[in-house]
Design a protein around this ligand. Structure first.
Ligand code: MD3
Ligand code: FE
Length: 204
């Protein structure tokens, strides 16, 4: 990979094919309990191209009226989010042993045309813990810069089974997904990509 921002740790092919398939089944179960919904940008109400759901005590949501936030319930069903699958909690413990347990697992589902613009993750009430991300399915072109908008960025592909840990300085780096390479993986039933992002939201 190109020279990565300080604090960003990249674990290519960290999750083997069997564990990836097991994770996909876990996520199908999460989606049955907490259906994917289409988040909206604050104020404009413009829909994101990525569909989302969550598991864990808190979930990240956004809509036109209330904007970006964490809440304990699904925005459409009103039900509590389902629990984070144990294998994801184990992954967090392995890669972030000093961090308090994650409270939110955001499930991002990308079709081949979906993308995510450059942004910072700063809706959490604490930035002390790292963020851990798991890629499943089709390859994606990931871009990351520094903590100031407009600075230099580096791009690289994220593939199924890759794990990223954003710690220290990289925790507030601008990042996004520029494109999905539809049909590059056979893990999912349809072309597309799933990203799982585990976060601590409240101070420990
Ligand atoms: C760098 N997700 O959910 S994962 C997000 O692939 C998000 O769905 C992208 O950005 C996705 O907020 C990128 C890699 C990632 C996740 C969180 C980060 C990189 C990060 C937080 C801080 C810095
Ligand atoms: Fe992000």
């Amino acid at each position: 990979a190109p020279s990565l921002p300080p604090g960003l740790r990249f674990f290519p092919c960290y999750i083997d094919a069997q564990a990836q398939a097991a994770l996909v089944e876990e996520i199908r179960s999460v989606v049955r309990a907490a259906p994917l919904y289409r988040p909206q940008m604050p104020r404009s109400g413009k829909p994101l191209s990525v569909r989302m759901t969550n598991c864990g005590p808190l979930g990240w949501v956004t809509d036109r009226q209330h904007g970006y936030r964490y809440q304990p319930n699904h925005p459409e069903t009103g039900l509590p989010w389902p629990p984070i699958p144990p294998d994801l909690l184990e992954l967090w413990k392995s890669l972030a042993p000093a961090a308090p347990p994650p409270e939110a697992c955001l499930v991002n589902v990308y079709g081949p045309e979906a993308k995510m613009g450059l942004h910072q993750d700063k809706d959490e009430a604490t930035f002390a813990a790292p963020v851990l991300s798991v890629s499943l399915g089709d390859e994606a072109l990931f871009r990351i810069g520094g903590s100031e908008r407009g600075g230099p960025t580096v791009s690289f592909r994220l593939r199924s089974g890759d794990v990223l840990l954003m710690d220290g300085e990289s925790r507030l780096a601008f990042h996004g997904i520029d494109r999905i390479y539809g049909g590059t993986a056979a893990l999912l039933r349809q072309p597309g990509r799933i990203n799982l992002t585990l976060r601590r939201v409240t101070p420990f």
